[in-house]
Design a protein around this ligand. Sequence first.
Ligand code: ME8
Length: 670
Amino acid sequence: MPKPFYITTPIYYVNDVPHIGHAYTTIAADVLARWHRLIGEEVFFLTGLDEHGQKVQQAAAQAGISPQAHCDRLTPQFLNLWKKLGISNDGFIRTTDAPHRAVVQRCLQALYDAQLIYHADYTGWYCTFDERFWTEKDVERGLCPDCQRPVEQLSESNYFFRMGRYQQRLIEHVQANPSFIRPESRRNEVLGFLQKPLEDLSISRPKSRLAWGIELPFDANYVTYVWFDALINYISGLEYLPAQPAENRVWPATVHLVGKDILTTHAVYWSTMLMALEMPLPHAIFAHGWWTVDGEKMSKSRGNVIDPYTVVDQFGADAFRYFLLREIPFGQDGNFSYESFIGRVNGDLANGLGNLLSRTVTLIQRCCRGTVPPSHASEVTQLETELQSAAELLIHKTMPDHLRADRLAFNRTLEAIWGLVQLGNQYIDRTAPWVLAKDPADSKRLQTVLFHAAETLRFLCVATYPFMPETAREVARQLGLPHDVSQMLLASPIAWGDGGAEAVVAKGKALFPRIDASTFLRQGDSMKTDQSAAPSPSTSGAASTATPRTEGTSSPPSQQEDGLITIHDFQKVHLTVAKVLTAERIPKSAKLLKLQVDLGTEHRQIVAGIGKKYSPDDMVGKTVVVVANLKPATLMGVASQGMILAAGDQEVQGLIAVENGDVQPGTKVK
Ligand code: ME8
């Protein structure tokens, strides 16, 4: 029986409500879990809560309730959020669960019996926030090297785990297994950390100082260090969650997803603990980057913590899931702003996928009485084969490559999926089914085009499902697909042409209604909790403190009033490097040249009004810049699919050229 793909998130502290950072890791894990289920693997996806330790004890004391009551009160905040976000975890662990506590005590006892835990007096610098000791050499200016909070000197008798003993073995393991710590920059960080002598780890806290924890099985005066307790969740959860764990579900984990803040605890503490317990190490630990908000660290005192509940209520779970994974490469830091969020929703979701679905379904309703028409082999042209190849490449090659556990290029996967969305929209623009519908002689061509548009959307259902499960379901529903999208790759391997002919489409509401950015950002002051932050120069309609306002009456300038556009508006124009292959004059026109150009992925015909300045011979072989997503037009009876950029108003004075002649056709211009 093959072993399931075992994926974990950190277990989050219940000292406070969840925020977007917690949502981020959990959504990423969910995408991976859904993808692996979709390709037919068994998956065990574990998440949960870290309920012991000083942070939780302090939060409970502040609330004036017992730590357990505090945990019980906060747990639904996490559970409900995961439900709202469509998180498909198989297990949910709480470190106060009795079976977890038993496994922790079993591990402690095993290490104590093997003399890998010993008792000693220790004086060190203690950071209450991080709940750990630092040595003299770590501490500068009396501050914790990790969180920069003041540390205090503490002398204590404690139990220590012989972590230092495993230093060399760990270095060798990291060196021999390039995919153990990902991404590469984090792996180098861990190797750098291991250059310094690795000290033994204090794994106990006297109950006189911290009572809220799991008691040491060999000394009732102590509880164990919260990290020793928390890390064990990855093995204890396998034993009892859910109620009937599958037999083939065994350690080690395939991948632990963590934020970069807790890489050391995972790469060093957890790995050495496992070595001491004589257990294999996880296949991969992937440390992702850190979200800031409007360029600032998220914190309660700054008042800029983004509440995921609010975002989801306002825009839906799938838009949030899409944004978080599309906006930044997993592994790098990123910034959350409502301006960029809205830009993505309007640009990629409403204008991209939403538009493709709505036009396709409307055209099928209007031209084919609501039933997906058949394709006709005689009508299949290069345009259709290109669409097919792109869709097949996406599902069978690009997605599996980008989503490999050592790569986790979520943003590149989404970029590739949206490449197909764009191709689908261009296909409709270029084939202009509404024109075909006018002439009964074109009916076979029309049917072929609409079949291929629907087929593109069927492939997009599968591709988007792991990222946006509800959206994929709605696309399938509107297309009249009979399948459960979560099973579409499993039931039968998806093949182009097998799809929806004869399916009855059902138009529904817009997948992603466009957000009026200026209105939202004005009204949404309550969501932009950092009122004192400097206005972002890139926003046009934001409630900006820099914009003088007449008290109570006038609003900040809208996009139309001040003439400025956002970067997202600009990004809607697809500018591409192209090479002119052939050129000829259009008869009876002094100005127009008909050009065939190479766009890297395709050849296009463009009619350009540059004939007074350039002869056809001047143009052949030139590298030019083309607007690639312009609606097709007909000039003097000749079809044109794009525009060549040139300087000059009434008269063309010169072409926009790329300074380096080696730039390849198809290269994006931005
Ligand atoms: O560290 N950006 O729990 P925690 C990105 N209980 N990710 C963020 C983030 C941000 N601004 N803020 C939080 C703990 N995260 C321990 C873990 S595991 C055995 C014990 C995410 O509640 C990220 O995954 O502080 C980070 O590692 C985790 O939340 C920390 O959650």
